[in-house]
Design a protein around this ligand. Structure first.
Ligand SMILES: [Zn+2]
Length: 292
């Protein structure tokens, strides 16, 4: 068994909000409690969605909250050569193909791609790259939620590895990076539960060791919507850090003793790392976040 390596992988489309703090703290506690490493990676492969300076802000926020990472931060935007090498390898092995089907046509066949271009040997120009999905993963074990079943058509779809506009698909980048960084367990919000089956398919296709998965509950606002940048969740409080950390730990089922509620975050985290118990993390899919 390799030593535990966990990670937090935000996309720099804005500063961290309370929902992203939950994922960061959850993955941090799990890694540190097991004596493992905790890495940080910037998922900056979607330039149109990125906000200048957000990556720096996020790293500053993590430090402010006492979430210190190991090693240097990896940036997906610097891994293009690596992604291209994997794409070339898959194409060589006839495990990928080019597709220029318009979204409209896929919608018309029910929204799941029907492998129309799989054997048409289309040229690379103006095409997306799709995986020949021979390892449809219909279920997997989540360390918190147990057995997860997925829609089988979705699970066996020939999904996109590189978009027609030239951007790398999240599924490709995340699998290559997690593999390259030696991640042994992925702890993240359960908004990423569904794509997990696609990532597992890709691990199997590439013959790579699949990490374990643990999906944390998501913070929702008073309207029942996920706290997200799209929903304009406010940036993480930078003035009341100990209070916010105590709230996050509470929601993750790891409450602090009263005397630590206002302690410096380093003290709070020291306690929470030692006391962390996975069985106390709520298995509900959503958690009502405090009004923020
Ligand atoms: Zn096609």
């Amino acid at each position: 068994m390799p030593a535990y390596v966990g990670r937090f992988a935000p996309s720099p489309s804005g500063p961290l909000h309370f929902g992203s703090l939950l994922a960061a703290v959850g993955s941090y506690l799990r890694a540190r409690n097991l004596g493992g490493q905790w890495l940080v990676r910037m998922e900056d492969i979607d330039p149109p969605r990125e906000v200048p300076g957000a990556a720096t802000t996020i790293l500053h926020q993590l430090e402010q909250y006492g979430l210190h990472w190991d090693g240097s931060v990896r940036y997906q935007s610097q891994q293009n050569e690596r992604y291209e090498a994997i794409l070339a390898q898959l194409y060589e092995q006839r495990l990928s193909y080019h597709c220029d089907c318009p979204r409209k046509r896929i919608k018309a066949v029910g929204g799941i791609y029907d492998r129309h271009c799989r054997n048409l040997a289309k040229p690379a120009e103006d095409c997306a790259v799709r995986l020949v999905n021979q390892h449809g993963c219909h279920q997997f074990n989540d360390l918190l939620l147990g057995q997860i079943e997925t829609d089988s058509a979705f699970a066996s779809e020939d999904f996109i590895l590189k978009r027609r506009d030239g951007l790398y698909a999240y599924q490709l980048a995340v699998v290559v990076d997690d593999h390259d960084q030696g991640i042994t367990e992925i702890v993240r919000g359960n908004d990423l539960l569904e794509p997990t089956v696609r990532q597992i398919s890709l691990y199997h296709t590439l013959n790579w060791q699949t990490p374990s998965f643990l999906h944390l509950p998501l913070a929702i606002n008073v309207d029942g919507n996920k706290l997200s940048k799209q929903n304009h969740a406010p940036a993480l409080d930078s003035t009341n850090v100990s209070h916010t950390m105590a709230t996050a730990l509470d929601l993750l089922g790891q409450p602090l003793p009263a005397e630590l509620n206002k302690a410096p975050v380093a003290e709070q985290l020291n306690y929470a790392v030692a006391a962390f118990e996975l069985t106390r993390v709520p298995t509900t899919r959503q958690l009502a976040a405090p009004c923020r």
